[in-house]
Ligand binder design. Structure first.
Ligand SMILES: NC(=O)c1ccc[n+]([C@@H]2O[C@H](COP(=O)([O-])OP(=O)(O)OC[C@H]3O[C@@H](n4cnc5c(N)ncnc54)[C@H](OP(=O)(O)O)[C@@H]3O)[C@@H](O)[C@H]2O)c1
Length: 240
């Protein structure tokens, strides 16, 4: 029997578009009280309006800033209560992904956004989760973190790092009732693909996952009984 998410508090970082947005919607539709966070406030406001009738709050955050992340976590607790579930769906890529163009500034930006932010959010929520002896951290990584590909050295390094972070947190914190899940999607049709030097062709996009597919997988992970955890999950399009 899936565990009900009714009145559970979920914080989704990177919720203004794509996978994070779909996850925030799914969690709210499953009964969770959701805090949706990202930088683009206009997108968050539109999402909140769309989610009228659900317990759905929004907060601007730059996940690369420790004070911003700490403020977000405090605000979530103040408005919704203790945090049960965190989804880190924040991520960027760059058209300058090839090493011939990848300078230190872009490297730092990718690692900060895709990996450091996940660590900042983790550190901000862990103490209260330890005290509560419960909590579920869900990280959206990528198949690029598992198999070599041409998504770029910085992107791949960030995703390898995130997979390491997720497993390290789980092994260190499981004795406190804390669970982690890292989700590795294949190609998903979202705005991040606009940042590629060459966008996948329409025929390939027609076969790609939709953000809602990843959201369904995340929801299944979040609704497992407390004594079980899907530690790592790969979801890819059937036909690519
Ligand atoms: N699409 C794919 O094929 C695919 C495949 C595997 C893994 N992924 C991963 O899935 C995650 C979500 O990406 P997506 O495909 O859904 O792309 P997306 O639509 O571009 O979503 C990225 C999200 O990250 C947020 N974000 C970026 N920088 C941020 C920052 N500094 N602070 C806070 N939020 C920030 C964006 O919001 P703001 O710009 O409003 O801040 C947006 O909500 C990423 O980690 C990506 O690497 C995607």
């Amino acid at each position: 029997m899936p565990v009900s998410l009714k009145n559970r508090v979920a914080l989704v970082v990177g919720a203004s578009s794509g996978i994070g947005r779909a996850i925030a919607i799914s969690l709210a539709q499953a009964g969770a009280s959701v805090m949706a966070a990202a930088r683009r406030e206009n997108r968050l406001r539109e999402l909140k309006a769309e989610m009228a009738g659900h317990t759905f709050e929004i907060c601007r955050v730059d996940a690369t800033s420790v004070p911003d992340v700490e403020r977000l976590v405090e605000e979530t607790r103040r408005v919704l209560g203790p945090i049960d579930i965190v989804v880190y769906a924040t991520g960027i890529n760059t058209p300058d992904r090839a090493l011939a163009r990848l300078g230190p500034t872009i490297w730092d930006e990718l690692i900060s956004t895709n990996l450091n932010g996940a660590y900042y959010v983790t550190q901000a929520v862990l103490p209260a989760m330890r005290e509560a002896r419960a909590g579920h951290l869900i990280y959206i990584a990528s198949i690029s973190g598992r198999a070599p590909d041409l998504s770029g050295a910085a992107y791949q390094a960030s995703k390898h790092g995130m997979i390491g972070l997720a497993h390290a947190v789980r092994l260190e914190e499981h004795e406190h009732g804390i669970r982690t899940t890292v989700v590795n999607p294949g190609l998903v049709d979202t705005e991040i693909l606009d940042r590629r030097l060459v966008k996948p062709p329409a025929e390939q996009l027609a076969l790609a996952l939709l953000p809602e597919h990843v959201a369904e997988a995340v929801l299944a992970c979040a609704m497992l009984p407390l004594r079980a955890v899907i530690s790592e999950l790969t979801i890819v399009p059937t036909a690519i």
